[in-house]
Design a protein around this ligand. Structure first.
Ligand code: PGA
Length: 260
């Protein structure tokens, strides 16, 4: 069975106490899942990170940050440095989530600075990519994704592939207004992403997990996870209740066991 990844970005939801409670419950539930070939991660708010790290110290859940500055220190009001994340034991960072790109106008170049800084600090960087509805309609989805990947990962060594992950999250599929991508569409795009990653990282690209995100829920998770080019699910709303997220993960693992 291929290695499977399941994670959630908690966005600007759940304060410290709620995050701790969520993680304790999820951690307990995940004890029922055999260790091998699965990886779990949660990306809480900044203020909850330290408490989250403490709760997950001995558990199965990797804790990540939602964003990070590309500089280590300086006059960057409101930003958080990689050194500050290191100080609290966080070595996993998400870069370029659709909401960062579209609401906060982050650019591919900025995402590249962040990826490079993350790698310099031996972090794992999860780069999110995704086309808008307009780009999809105009038939340039793949071009958009190739640009985001080629710029986002520019000036990296092939060996850096060991420390990068990718999440494909079409902008039109994210959040309450989103429509999930069909498994067929997601698979075809994931195959293109993997092809592009091979151009960037050579054979090392095969180590990079490519996760699907955008309105993943208990109805579509099983169909998505069995696609050959989908290595995991990056879940928003449907993961914010620990019992429901656990159920989704468990069903997905059962499905894949019976199809592989
Ligand atoms: P959603 O969020 O599952 O609630 O659509 C996905 C995401 O933004 O990562």
């Amino acid at each position: 069975m291929k290695k499977l990844y399941f994670g959630s970005n908690l966005k600007m939801y759940k304060g410290i106490e709620q995050t701790k409670e969520y993680l304790c419950r999820l951690n307990n539930l995940l004890q029922n899942i055999p260790e091998e070939n699965t990886e779990f991660f949660i990306i809480p708010s900044y203020t909850s990170l330290q408490a989250a790290r403490e709760v997950c110290n001995s558990g199965k859940i990797r804790i990540g940050a939602q964003n990070m500055c590309w500089e280590e220190e300086g006059q960057f009001t409101g930003e958080v440095s990689p050194c500050m994340l290191e100080e609290i034991g966080v070595r996993f960072v998400m870069v370029g989530h659709s909401e960062r790109r579209h609401i906060f106008k982050e650019t591919d170049i900025q995402e590249n600075y962040k990826v490079k800084t993350a790698l310099k600090h031996n972090f794992t960087a999860l780069l999110c990519v995704g086309e808008t509805a307009e780009e999809k309609e105009a038939g340039v989805a793949v071009e958009t994704l190739r640009r985001q990947l080629k710029i986002g990962f520019s000036n990296l060594k092939e060996s850096d592939a060991a420390n990068v992950w990718v999440a494909y999250e079409p902008v039109w599929s994210i959040g309450v207004q989103g429509t999930p991508a069909s498994a067929e569409y997601a698979e075809s795009i994931h195959a293109e992403i993997k092809k592009c990653l091979r151009e960037i990282f050579g054979e090392n690209a095969d180590k990079i997990p490519v996760l699907y995100g955008g309105s993943v829920n208990k109805e579509n998770a099983n169909e998505l996870i069995i696609q050959p080019s989908i290595d995991g699910l990056f879940v928003g709303r449907a993961a914010w209740n620990p019992e429901q997220f656990f159920q989704l993960i468990n069903n997905a693992l059962e499905t894949i066991k019976h199809t592989s």
